[in-house]
Design a protein around this ligand. Structure first.
Ligand code: NAD
Ligand code: UDP
Length: 336
């Protein structure tokens, strides 16, 4: 047990997903007991298979928007359960909304019954297509509540509302993190997000798909940095009574990201431009002042470093024999 902490019983909803499975790993490494609850909507057994025989790990297959199965008491509950990729959350928008609202409420009720501390994975999407840049937590956002992204954005906004209402009435010690674009090993190769799309396309020698001009920006956080931030927010003594942004402030256009991938995977096909999806945010970068002050947290893995293990992971997944070309330090310096 690290830091002399007591062993905790922790629920990770969405624990078989990309971020959730890394969080399960980290909690088990710290010596806690972990129950992973997942419906496998977008997660995979492969992400948690290595944990199956761990004596402190239990897998429960259930949907958080339905009545929860009996699981016993918890000290902490992390709610990461939600499809996160635009094509996946738009595939069944009503279910996405129910997951974010009814599912979050079900988990908050469970937390209230157990006296568990609660961490809600919200998103930079609550800022919509932002008119303030970079985005601090007190920016109220610019979300189209009737567009195709609304099922996710508005569900996450309502999820935050529920957390702060449970907190205000004193029934749950709830904490809300607004996660900015996060990437790394165990993203689903086919879930449609930019990092996984570009890398898998490049490794297969296919064209790189760029929506719109590619001049829209995102800020990419490596998963290890993010998980460290989630743990810090759950463990901070005084409950922050406001959301906390977690993300890497390094901002890149999609064209720049494609160039970085192409430099590392020279087999990539040509760039093809496709229509920009409706309501696609034009820019995004976190203001992480609050996370630095409250948690002493900031990311340490720059994009050029985090791309290496991510590309290596997808190469293995796709069975691509030739490992990607590793850039020389000189090439890395020129590309930043
Ligand atoms: P992911 O799709 O890999 O993981 C989500 C997990 O939740 C999957 O295992 C899925 O099967 C499960 N799930 C979905 N709906 C469920 C339901 N109704 N009941 C039970 N399980 C359900 O996505 P991720 O990137 O790991 O995202 C994890 C969380 O972080 C999500 O809540 C997402 O909204 C949030 N987030 C992620 C990012 C990012 O860039 N990765 C950015 C902002 C917010
Ligand atoms: N995007 C792209 N090509 C792709 C997938 C995504 O150009 O194959 C763009 C998308 O339009 C958006 C950005 O990349 O501007 C990030 O998309 P992603 O789906 O990863 O995340 P989000 O839009 O939720 O930030």
């Amino acid at each position: 047990m690290s830091n002399g902490d007591k062993k905790k019983r922790v629920l990770v909803a969405g624990g078989a997903g990309f971020i959730g499975s890394h969080l399960c790993d980290a909690l088990l490494r710290q010596g806690h007991e972990v129950v992973c609850l997942d419906s496998f909507l977008t997660g995979s057994h492969q992400n948690v298979d290595p944990l199956e025989n761990h004596p402190d790990f239990t897998l429960v297959e259930a949907d958080i928007s339905q009545t929860l199965p009996p699981m016993g008491r918890f000290d902490e509950i992390y709610n990461l359960a939600s499809a996160a990729s635009p094509p996946r959350y738009q595939a069944d928008p009503v279910h996405t909304m129910m997951t974010g609202v009814v599912g979050t409420n079900n988990l908050l009720e469970l937390a209230a019954r157990c006296g568990a501390r609660f961490l809600q994975a919200s998103t930079s999407e609550v800022y919509g297509d932002p008119q303030v840049h970079p985005q601090p937590e007190d920016y109220l956002g610019n979300v189209n509540c009737t567009g195709p992204r609304a099922c996710y954005d508005e569900a996450k906004r309502a999820g935050e509302t529920l957390c702060f209402d449970y907190l205000r009435r004193g029934s749950v010690d709830a904490r809300v993190v607004r996660i900015f674009n996060t990437y790394g090993p165990r993203m689903q190769a086919d879930d449609g997000r930019i990092v996984s799309n570009l890398i898998t396309q490049a490794l297969k020698g296919e064209p790189l798909t760029i929506y719109g001009t590619g001049e829209q920006t995102r800020s990419f956080c490596y998963v290890d940095d993010l998980v460290r931030g989630l743990l810090a927010l759950m463990n901070v003594g005084e409950t922050p009574r406001s959301p906390v942004n977690l993300g890497n402030p390094g901002e890149f256009t999609i064209n720049e990201l494609a160039r970085l991938v192409r430099e590392r995977v020279p087999a990539a096909g040509p760039t093809v431009h496709m229509p920009l999806p409706q309501d696609d945010p034009q820019k995004r970068r976190p203001d992480i002042t609050r996370a630095k002050e409250l948690l002493g947290w900031e990311p340490v893995v720059p994009l050029v470093e985090g791309l290496e293990p991510t590309i290596a992971y997808f190469a293995l997944e796709l069975g691509v024999e030739a490992m990607p070309k590793m850039p020389t330090p000189d090439e890395v310096r020129k590309s930043v």
